[in-house]
Write a protein that binds this ligand. Structure first.
Ligand SMILES: [Zn+2]
Ligand SMILES: [Zn+2]
Ligand SMILES: [Zn+2]
Length: 257
């Protein structure tokens, strides 16, 4: 159940919806988990177009999308469509393309899972990342001892924790890398490689995505999750998270910046 909930959270499914899914799974006596071939409503719902591929995203105060017209966002190029916008008690369905987004707007966006990952940085704010680290993820459950151990090891390894905001000042200019505008102040997304923590794998060194704060393992690690994060999201710039290392790398220009 824990893993199930974590996966849905990673796909930005709203909390109420996750609770409903969990409740349904419990009611069915966990049959959905026991027999994967069973035709249960819980799995039917997950593969349903409306259910999995529609996300509700709230525009935060300092999110990059605030103050921009819907048409000016490159959401369409990413394969995402804004289906409706809820502003206070008014629902724009569909919203006019020239509508300028303001903090507090709630957007219902439809598209593929991979497209959502690519657009996440638009909605993330410097002070409050959408991908919250595991410990901050769910205020109702206490972090278990493994989370605490990871956080201590992470701090020892990197000198920072998931509450430390990272502001990287590039040493190169736009002539060397044309992706410097992707760099934002970010919070590390997890106390270690996000994916390796989930699967219980080990890593060698850690890299931090300077667009969204994703923490992934380096290319000398077995799983190379930092590089696969770049391929999945097109976030070009990452920084080393090793203590005493202060360099960043652009995957596209293949330069230190
Ligand atoms: Zn670059
Ligand atoms: Zn990894
Ligand atoms: Zn990223």
């Amino acid at each position: 159940m824990q893993i199930f909930g974590d996966v849905l959270r990673d796909y930005r499914i709203p909390a109420e919806e996750i609770e409903a899914h969990e409740e349904m799974a419990r009611k069915n006596g966990y049959s959905a988990f026991l027999d994967l071939n069973a035709d249960t409503s819980i799995f039917k719902c997950e593969t349903d177009q409306e259910c999995l591929d529609t996300r509700t995203v709230k525009v935060r105060d300092d999110a990059p999308v605030a103050g921009k017209a819907i048409a000016a966002l490159s959401l369409m190029n990413m394969g995402l469509t804004v289906r409706s916008v809820v502003r206070g008690s008014i629902v724009f369905d569909p919203p006019p393309a020239e509508m300028v987004l303001v903090p507090g707007d709630e957007l219902v966006i439809a598209g593929e899972t991979s497209s959502f990952a690519r657009s996440a940085a638009f909605f993330r704010t410097a002070s409050d990342s959408i991908i919250s680290p595991a410990i901050r993820r769910s205020p109702v459950t206490q972090p278990d001892s493994r989370d605490v151990e990871n956080a201590i090891a992470f701090k020892a390894e990197t000198g920072i924790d998931t509450e430390t905001r990272i502001d990287y000042l590039p040493k190169a200019d736009a002539a060397i890398c044309s992706h410097l505008d992707q760099i934002r102040p970010v919070y590390p997304s997890a106390s270690g490689c996000e994916e390796c923590l989930r699967t219980g794998d080990k890593w060698l060194h850690l890299r931090l995505c300077l667009s969204c704060g994703h923490v992934g393992c380096c290319d000398s690690s077995k799983n190379k999750h930092a590089t696969s994060h770049f391929h999945k999201t097109d976030h070009a710039v990452m920084r080393s998270l090793e203590a005493f290392e202060d360099w960043a790398w652009c995957f596209k220009d293949e330069e230190y910046i």
